[in-house]
Write a protein that binds this ligand. Sequence first.
Ligand code: C2E
Ligand code: MG
Ligand code: MG
Ligand code: MG
Length: 285
Amino acid sequence: AVKAGKRGTFQFYDRQMSAGLEERRQLEADLRRAIEREELELHYQPSVVLKTGEIAGFEALARWRHPVRGNVPPSLFISIAEECGLIHAIGEWSLTEACRQAATWPERLKIAVNLSPVQFAGPDLVGMVRGVLARTGLPAHRLELEITEQMLLDSGEATLATLRDLKALGLHVAMDDFGTGYSSLNYLRSFPFDRIKVDRSFVTGLGTGAPNTAIVRAVIDIARVLGMRTTAEGIETAEQHQVLALLGCDEVQGYLFSRPVPAEEARALIARWCAENRKAKTLAA
Ligand code: C2E
Ligand code: MG
Ligand code: MG
Ligand code: MG
């Protein structure tokens, strides 16, 4: 179960959540039917290897096309799902859908899926993930689970044990939105993350002389020392890209490369990348 006080704090930070109580109740009722009515869909945003420009994989991001309201942002419907417990069903649906999709891609591509902190509090997260991997046939090493610091707020031994059990399945875990929590550095010390995703708020303003550059450099250096990889989120300009290259960031993600796109478009992106790669190899031969 999720603590009300904690959730209240979380709500406070999100502008999208200013929807009235009545509206949230209505959305909750609609969301209960959204999976079976096939109103939920995953979009996929590529993550690019900074040094080579190759696609490393994609992050799955949930979309809800409401029959009357149109697109409802995930910041709103995920928080509603977390409050009413629907996140367990939605989380399993997302993971299944994402793994099934990724299993059809070239083997070198990974898939990243966001996990809600509430899923950690639920029953048998590890069993659920193991089951999804078995059903979809996706090799565990191609899956990366993204977890925000929110989860770690009341991180006890149980959370740490769950993280270790997840990693024992052979998958990878990333700390998402790094830098936005209260105690990011402390968590890095005690949790076995494979990757740090530097929050978009630090990427914005890179190269403009703001202290952001120094902060991102420090994060990348810390990650290297700890043996973790780094991804920068929300790259929108060539300048941000250049600065991140100088700082030695491993992967980049953002509108500069691609917005999150439906599965068919992700497939087209992959096909184009494969064709370009073949061409390059032929030229080199
Ligand atoms: P996130 O995991 O940090 O995902 C990155 C968000 O930044 C996505 O927003 C993405 O569309 C957006 N983004 C990517 N590149 C850029 C850029 O260059 N500029 C800007 N301005 N934005 C960019 P989105 O899709 O609205 O998702 C918001 C959050 O909702 C996600 O943040 C994640 O925490 C949560 N979420 C989305 N799908 C799921 C899901 O299936 N399960 C769970 N538990 N959470 C999800
Ligand atoms: Mg994420
Ligand atoms: Mg993020
Ligand atoms: Mg985020």
